[in-house]
Design a protein around this ligand. Structure first.
Ligand SMILES: [Zn+2]
Length: 295
């Protein structure tokens, strides 16, 4: 049974809200099974599948597209936060491509899933298809309405520099978070807390710094309190993965959070990912640890 346009918009909004909620709960990314068996209002609507473009019958326009990053640290976004998504093979105006063009023409928001590693889907809810390049065989997708507006307005040099920071925050940060949390099995490296919505992906060397990158070895999965303590240099991690608590803090006497959450962590070893390539970079830890020692 065909839905009216208003019913489609409402259902789309509901799906968006639920995907956002699930992503928050599960550390910024979802699995194939979660998306395959996705249910809303008691009906199952698969959000992923064999194809990259998902066009449920209920909708006139595409609902989701999935883009698989090629390298372990790369993604498909350019410096403006735009992703070029290839048409499905064949006629770019037919098959699955047709509803994608409908989404573009009607400016209907979609969910873009970026899959940096297998079975890890990072959702960008409310992405927009900007334009189609039939010659090159792709459509351009902006991850959200802000990026869309920036691109459409054209930008001055100052705006562009500011936008780069914004793009990093909006586009690359979700991928970084998903990769890091997944590498640490959604636990804090220091206290092992296992609640994804209380975890952050902390940078060892800040993102904007020379040498700071959004790759997993420059990251640590930390709970909110340990992340804040690390950023404030109240807590340091040496290149041998040992935790150090600020000397003044060790002298302080206070309640259980200070005692168990911080002081008891002194000289314990952090839990690192089992995959060697994902372990924290010792040179970066050393560089950062100097800052802790100097503070
Ligand atoms: Zn912690």
């Amino acid at each position: 049974m065909a839905l009216t346009q208003m019913e489609q918009d409402l259902l789309r909004e509901k799906i968006f809200a639920k995907v956002r909620e699930l992503a928050t709960e599960f550390g910024g990314a979802l699995t194939y099974n979660q998306l395959m068996n996705f249910e809303i209002d008691g009906q199952r609507i698969a959000l992923v599948g064999q194809r990259g473009i998902i066009n449920p019958q209920l909708f006139d326009a595409t609902l989701t597209v999935t883009s698989a990053a090629e390298g372990p640290y790369d993604d498909h976004f350019d410096e403006n936060g735009i992703l070029r998504y290839k048409f499905e093979a064949g006629d770019p105006r037919a098959g699955s491509n047709r509803k994608m063009l409908v989404a573009m023409e009607t400016r209907t928001p979609i969910i873009l899933f970026e899959r940096p590693i297998s079975n890890l889907y990072v959702p960008y809810v409310g992405a927009f298809l900007l334009k189609a390049d039939f010659e090159a065989g792709h459509v351009e997708i902006a991850v959200d309405s802000t990026i869309k507006a920036q691109v459409e307005a054209g930008m001055s040099e100052v705006e562009r520099r500011y936008a780069t920071v914004e793009v990093r925050r909006r586009v690359h940060q979700p991928l970084f978070r998903a990769r890091v949390l997944s590498a640490y099995d959604r636990r804090c490296a220091i206290c092992r807390l296992n609640h994804a919505d209380l975890l952050d992906a902390a940078h060892i060397i800040p993102d904007a710094d020379e040498g700071g990158s959004a790759s997993v070895p420059n990251g640590l999965s930390l709970c909110k309190i340990h992340h804040a303590a690390y950023d404030r240099n109240l807590l340091g991690i040496d290149p041998d993965y040992k935790v150090h608590i600020d000397a003044a803090l060790l002298e302080e006497i206070d309640g259980p959070m200070l005692q168990h959450g911080l002081k008891d962590m002194h000289l314990t070893e952090i839990t690192t990912p089992t995959t060697k390539a994902n372990k924290p970079d010792r040179d970066k830890l050393a560089q950062r640890f100097e800052l802790f020692m100097a503070s």
